[in-house]
Design a protein around this ligand. Structure first.
Ligand SMILES: Cc1cc2nc3c(=O)[nH]c(=O)nc-3n(C[C@H](O)[C@H](O)[C@H](O)COP(=O)(O)OP(=O)(O)OC[C@H]3O[C@@H](n4cnc5c(N)ncnc54)[C@H](O)[C@@H]3O)c2cc1C
Ligand code: FES
Length: 288
């Protein structure tokens, strides 16, 4: 049986239309409510599709998939799990709200996983996630714990109802909310600073969330001689380094990243400043 026939068979199994091998089909096995606006979609295992449609490697934290909802659009989402594949989606606009409205048994199309993800460095690691940025870090925490690393995780949000505080067994979890409704009042970066003041040492910090938060973390890491890895976001179109939409300085976030090292991030002039909007116009980055 040729690949086209195999794809068709897989799509039929899912009850979906086959898409010429460009897109894979993922059926939602579980939709987990993380908070009032965020859900984790866990996809049904389909090892047959994974092995027969390219990417022999296991997807890893920090990589993303391009999810396509026909008639609505296509957007990138970081993986929040790989066995089975999962994404965690905050409903903020048309696409993401539609995605989190999908139910168990519904299908989505996707390309990927793409991009360069996190690389584990050292035994003592600090993970800092703002908003849905906590999701790929939970995935990283599980992987690091399996390799016997000591994991401390800080999650932050504006308030309790926006927190993603699902605990990873074996990791220390610290919480910060802007209004103090849970954990320490303030930012995740305040909790990081307090932790460092206690004399706690880390080999590497991993961060995902608002750029203003990541900038502060990168600066703190440099000052304290801690390595750092950061997941950047820009508006993506192709997701594979072709269109240039996601450029930041001379880098393409989709292909050179989305993971960037501490000093790379600090050297980027457009980090925390600007991005290309969906029409291709360079605009100021709204800090969120
Ligand atoms: C590499 C990469 C990984 C990503 N991973 C994830 C992920 O794991 N989970 C996830 O939910 N999204 C993720 N995103 C963002 C995602 O691709 C979409 O941009 C997001 O879902 C919004 O799309 P939308 O069409 O629903 O809303 P849009 O129409 O793009 O935006 C609607 C409104 O919401 C605002 N908005 C957009 N994003 C946010 C935000 N994060 N917080 C608050 N307001 C916002 C916009 O400014 C606008 O006002 C990722 C993006 C990239 C580049
Ligand atoms: S989204 Fe096209 S080059 Fe990155």
């Amino acid at each position: 049986m040729n690949n086209r026939m195999k794809n068709k068979q897989i799509a039929e199994w899912f009850g979906c239309v086959e898409m010429n091998g460009v897109y894979k089909v993922a059926k939602i096995a579980t939709a987990i409510v993380e908070n009032e606006s965020t859900k984790t979609l866990v996809f049904a295992e389909n090892r047959k599709q994974e092995t027969e449609n390219s990417e022999p490697k296991t997807p890893y934290p920090g990589q993303f998939i391009m999810v396509w909802l026909p008639g609505i659009g296509e957007k990138p989402f970081s993986l929040s799990g790989n066995a089975p594949l999962a994404i965690t989606v905050a409903g903020v606009g048309e696409f993401s709200k539609k995605l989190i409205s999908l139910k168990k048994g519904n299908c989505v199309y996707y390309r990927g996983p793409f991009g360069k993800g996190f690389v584990l460095k050292g035994r003592n690691i600090l993970l800092i996630g703002g908003g849905y940025g906590a999701a790929p870090l939970r995935f990283l925490a599980k992987m690091a714990l399996a390799k016997k690393a000591n994991v401390t995780m800080i999650v932050g949000a504006r308030n309790k109802s926006l927190l993603q505080k699902t605990k990873v067994k074996g990791a220390e979890l610290l919480v910060a909310t802007g209004d103090g409704s849970e954990g320490a009042k303030g930012f995740a970066t305040d909790v990081m600073a307090a932790l460092l003041r206690t004399g706690k040492k880390f080999d590497c910090a991993y961060a995902c969330g608002p750029e203003i938060m990541m900038k502060k973390i990168a600066e703190t890491c440099k000052k304290n001689k801690i390595q750092g890895q950061f997941l950047l976001e820009r508006i993506f179109k192709c997701g594979i380094g072709v269109c240039g939409q996601c450029a930041i300085d001379d880098k393409l976030v989709c292909a050179d990243g989305p993971k960037f090292e501490r000093d790379e991030v600090l050297a980027l002039k457009e980090f925390c400043k600007c991005q290309y909007d969906a029409t291709g116009k360079k605009v100021e980055l709204k800090h969120r």
